[in-house]
Design a protein around this ligand. Sequence first.
Ligand code: NDP
Length: 313
Amino acid sequence: MEVLKTLIIGSGPAGYTAAIYAARADLNPVLYTGMEPGGQLTTTTEVDNFPGYPEGVDGPTMMVQLQQQAERFGTKVKIGFITKVELNTKQGEIHKAYTHEGTELLAQTIIISTGATAKYLGIPSEQRLRGGGVSACAVCDGFFYKGQEVAIVGGGDTAAEEATYLAKICSKVTMLVRKDQMRASKAMQHRVVNTPNIELRYNTEIDEVLGNQVVEGLRMRNNITSEVEEIQISGLFIAIGHQPNTSIFKGQLDMDDAGYLITKGKTTKTNCPGVFAAGDVQDKEYRQAVTAAGTGCMAALDAERYLQEVGEV
Ligand code: NDP
């Protein structure tokens, strides 16, 4: 049975960039796309902050182009997902992975770029208006609401950071926190409180996002007094956390409390020799396409060096 030099799991910017580098280094990578080929960027519209696209590019187009670039150098892209892995903890030993069809794959190195999934509230009106004014990424989509009023849900560091980011672009940001306090660090809370165009609403939850084709407003409820209020906004940002896609690695790879893979120092090395992690699956702080692509490049270089160390290239 063929032993792959490099198996890449995940098809966001991290996975495809790893594939471009690995293919050019003759590692003959095979990439499994996962259940959402192209990853989170396929759910956004315009990407304006990826270097090299002066006019911007829409997320799905960019992911197709990244795939084409990876394939140009010989990456085999497989539409499918990995359901189980058996990672070897000894230097130079082979790792196993199983596809959704039950096929066993053997690989000397594995690059994990399975990403993270933004959490949503789950109410029907929010789901219906995703892409129509409901977004889980202020840095990606905030610009579309320049000079307009928006709202953001969440009380963690992400929500606080995104609220202050939005406040620079938008005329007003209403921040909805479900408890009577924020979870964000004191420094971030301080920034939010001291930003004049952020209005903080504690103990507040969303009953319904208003609008047919696009977001026009919110119906929100104070969960102490049950008082209901409607406000007009044109964008709603959900910042209630992300779920890293790491369930198949539990018990085999080191993770933090939230399930993000832990990499060693400035490398993409996991605790398993020959297994590397890139992109949002190991990054809860930056979460940008360009930073994911950067770590994808690093993972391919780390994999190539590892194969040299164990005498395989
Ligand atoms: P967190 O899990 O820290 O916070 C999530 C927030 O969303 C909480 O306020 C939570 O409320 C709220 N929330 C969760 N579910 C709902 C819901 N259904 N309705 C309303 N509100 C909800 O996620 P973050 O993404 O903010 O941060 C993740 C990690 O990344 C943290 O460790 C954070 O410190 C780190 N981070 C660090 C940054 C930095 O250092 N610059 C920047 C961004 C993130 P409740 O408190 O009531 O549970």
